[in-house]
Design a protein around this ligand. Structure first.
Ligand SMILES: [Zn+2]
Length: 482
């Protein structure tokens, strides 16, 4: 069956058109002698006409996101909020027309932030008693009661810490490297800085330091800390870890640069508990010709225990749920050749246990997963797609979806399928403001644009339908995992 008409060029070209009436007034710049080569043109993601019509006229993605944020604003894996999110999304899938809806079990870690979360200035004396904005890192051990008081050393890399390890002993280490603002891809800038958050505590502990403080992963200069997971490797004594707002990190850095001794008292009452049972939520649109072959569309249901996880990854869940509803509602399209399987994964943020449980439970059919698509980059205007498909696999993807990929990668949850040869892809919304909200109290429903979210759901539904309806065999050629 030929794919239905695509509307992308009109949609995106319209936004860039110069209004006819203002042309006369625009001064004409002289022709440059030699223009630099333009960046390659990139089309937006595909949007099938019947899905676009239904999604814009009667879209429910934003309504669904509102319901999720209301039912379970805080839904870190292992919490009661996460269980409410599971129950809500199972009911939503049944209501929206998914088939074979079920819960699939996984065991997840449980960690609680606790009531005490404080970083107080002891020195410089001129600022004694002032509080710096922090959040405990997810998974962190707490401090002794009454807190942990120590001088601070700031470093911008693990290499610098290694070189100054004698100096770090007994201190709090501030990992102060910012996300590189010169990097055009925010996710690449994040990738270049995030090891400080995930490994900083262990690296600090290795030198005999007593705790790790990490500059928040955001381009924004404000007083809002952005949390995230730290991972203890088990080879050194776990020490507490917390993130500072970028402004707090700048203040501490400025005091140190001015030659001040900086002494801080860190108090955290967070705690780790035994693993608890939880679930992935799964539903399907069953294929009409090759139902045993699967195009997976996924997002993660869990979110950090602050804000509402509206962009991360409530938006992805809304994309997936609304994609299913759209495909059910747009009867003129009909079911695609293959099955589209929607998976809302549990525990992406601090363990990936849902993804691993899915991989293990479905090991026998992973060779029939022809493509996995994740939405975990926020609810902004969809600009295109990311993928790890390569060679013939990439050719087919470009043929089916049009245009060229905007980035590589798929998403953390589906990344565990790569070693089984499953080609990965991701919805690619405009990434430039994602880290303004990511893992912070600012990631709330109000930060998501309703129309942008609907367009993301339309794009994901279109990508899934076109991939699942592809007439040929899907090549399993992919880039080597990063
Ligand atoms: Zn996420």
């Amino acid at each position: 069956m030929a794919p239905a008409r695509l509307l992308v060029p009109a949609l995106f070209a319209a936004a860039c058109a110069t209004p006819e009436e203002s042309r006369d007034t625009i001064p004409v710049a002289p022709e440059p002698v030699e223009s630099p080569a333009p960046a390659p043109a990139r089309a937006g993601p595909p949007m099938l006409a019947p899905l676009l019509e239904e999604g814009l006229a009667r879209g429910q993605a934003f309504e669904l996101l509102g319901q999720l944020c209301n039912a379970a604003p805080h839904r870190l894996a292992g919490s009661s909020g996460a269980e409410r999110a599971v129950a809500w999304s199972e009911a939503a899938m049944r209501r929206l027309g998914f088939e074979n809806v079920r819960l699939e079990p996984c065991l997840v870690p449980r960690w609680e932030r606790g009531d005490v979360e404080e970083l107080v200035v002891v020195k410089p004396e001129a600022h004694a008693g002032e509080k710096l904005a922090i959040l405990a890192l997810g998974g962190s051990v707490g401090t002794p009661e009454g807190g942990l008081e120590a001088d601070v050393i700031a470093v911008t890399s693990f290499e610098e810490l290694e070189a100054r390890s004698a100096e770090a002993r007994g201190k709090l280490v501030l990992f102060a490297r910012p996300m590189d603002p010169a990097e055009v891809q925010p996710f690449a800038a994040y990738g270049g800085a995030v090891s400080q958050r995930s490994r900083g505590a262990d690296e600090a502990s290795r030198t005999g330091a007593v705790g790790a403080l990490v500059r928040s992963m955001t381009f924004t200069l404000d007083d809002e800390p952005h949390t995230g997971a730290l991972n203890y490797g088990g080879s050194v004594e776990p020490v507490p870890g917390a993130v500072l707002s970028t402004l707090a990190a700048e203040r501490v850095g400025a005091w140190l640069a001015a030659g001040e001794i900086v002494r801080l008292r860190l108090s955290l009452s967070c705690q780790r508990f035994d693993d608890v049972p939880s679930h992935n939520v799964v539903g399907e649109i069953v294929g009409r010709e090759r139902p045993e072959e699967i195009v997976l569309i996924g997002a993660h249901l869990d979110a950090w225990d602050i804000g509402q996880g509206a962009h991360d990854d409530g938006a992805g869940c809304a994309h997936v749920l609304e994609a299913g509803r759209l495909l059910h509602a747009a009867t003129s399209l009909g079911a695609p050749r293959r099955t589209i399987r929607a998976v809302l994964f549990m525990n992406e943020e601090n363990g990936l246990r849902g993804a691993l449980a899915y991989r293990d439970a479905h090991r026998d059919e992973l060779d029939r997963h022809v493509l996995a698509i994740e939405s975990d980059r926020g609810g902004f205007l969809p600009l295109g797609y990311a993928t790890d498909a390569a060679g013939a696999g990439l050719d087919v993807l470009r043929e089916v979806w049009g245009g060229a990929e905007s980035d590589r990668g798929g998403g953390a949850d589906i990344s565990v399928l790569a070693e089984f040869g499953v080609p990965l892809a991701g919805l690619y919304p405009n990434p430039q403001r994602y880290f303004d909200y990511h893992h912070s109290r600012h990631d709330v429903l109000f930060a998501v644009g309703a129309r942008e979210l609907e367009l993301g759901a339309i794009a994901l539904a279109s990508m899934a339908w076109l991939a699942a309806d592809y007439h040929g065999e899907w090549p399993r050629e992919t880039l080597a995992p990063e």
